[in-house]
Ligand binder design. Structure first.
Ligand SMILES: [Mn+2]
Length: 270
């Protein structure tokens, strides 16, 4: 049964997360293995933080991908428990074979190796994966989100989950489904505010010219890759990209300048 055919069971997914979170907080000799990317690093940090709040600091390993070398390094440790974050779903049989005497929990959103109803019942591996509940792990639940849902009693960790969501590029059409719930947790906890703004990298870290000329998603016709055109475009729209002889960033603009720039960009996209 593919994930599309599988009936959506959000509450089942949330319960699986809570159960895994409870068990993880009981671990006393654990290593966290997390993916080396913008989703996996916050995901591992979420699990670490939740355990650390219990007075236990687990070991951590950061993997670029699942390779025999990384697996060997993990085998050489003596940790009784292993939590995989943002990886592992595609390699459960290999993990079971290589690490038979450990208790393993996999918090992942990648397509599972085996459909949930065909997995061995006596495995030492617990899998928590949105795909098993008819939830699309490709656009509404990432590794960090799945990890956070195990520990919703700590709503402050929702911010790391949102970093994961953006890092996994699940925010393209706005946050939906599970991601939307995490955002709500974060807003309700008073630690995140939602604001409509330009979705271009470098709002504070780049000069306005760089902000526009390096933009590739979306591609800005006539501006991306062309510093001169960007400077001309800003001047034509009376955006003060240089103030007191210093190039300024988007965040340093006044609200009305930002609005004018947004409108001009929308026009240039048409
Ligand atoms: Mn991921």
């Amino acid at each position: 049964m593919t994930e599309v055919e599988r009936q959506r069971d959000e509450s089942g997914f949330y319960k699986a997360c809570v159960d895994a979170g409870k068990r993880i907080r009981e671990f006393d000799d654990a290593v966290i293995v997390h993916h080396f990317d913008a989703d996996g690093i916050p995901a591992g940090s979420i699990v670490f933080s939740a355990m650390y709040r219990n007075g236990f600091a687990p070991a951590m390993q950061c993997w670029k991908k699942t390779t025999p070398e990384y697996l060997q390094k993990l085998k050489e440790t003596t940790h009784k428990q292993i939590v995989f974050c943002d990886l592992g779903a595609g390699y459960t049989s290999k993990l079971a074979e290589a690490l038979p005497n450990r208790e393993i929990i996999i918090l992942d959103h990648h397509e599972p190796e085996t459909p949930v109803d065909q997995r061995p019942a006596d495995s030492n591996i617990t899998i928590v994966n949105p795909h098993d509940f008819g939830i699309d792990g490709g656009n509404e639940a990432c590794g960090g989100g799945t990890s956070y849902l195990c520990f919703r009693q700590f709503p402050e960790l929702s911010q790391l989950a949102l970093v994961s969501t953006v890092g996994d590029m699940q925010d393209r059409a706005g946050l939906i489904g599970v991601n939307k719930l995490i955002l709500k947790d974060s807003v309700d906890a008073g630690i995140t505010t939602v604001k409509k703004d330009l979705r271009i990298f470098g709002r504070s870290s780049r000069s306005l010219i760089g902000f526009l000329s390096y933009a590739s998603d979306p591609f800005l016709p006539g501006l991306t890759g062309n510093d001169k055109n960007c400077a001309r475009f800003l001047a034509e729209n009376e955006i003060p990209y240089k103030q007191n002889d210093k190039y300024v960033s988007y965040y340093e603009l006044q609200e009305d300048d930002r609005k004018r720039l947004s409108s001009a960009l929308i026009e240039c996209m048409w």
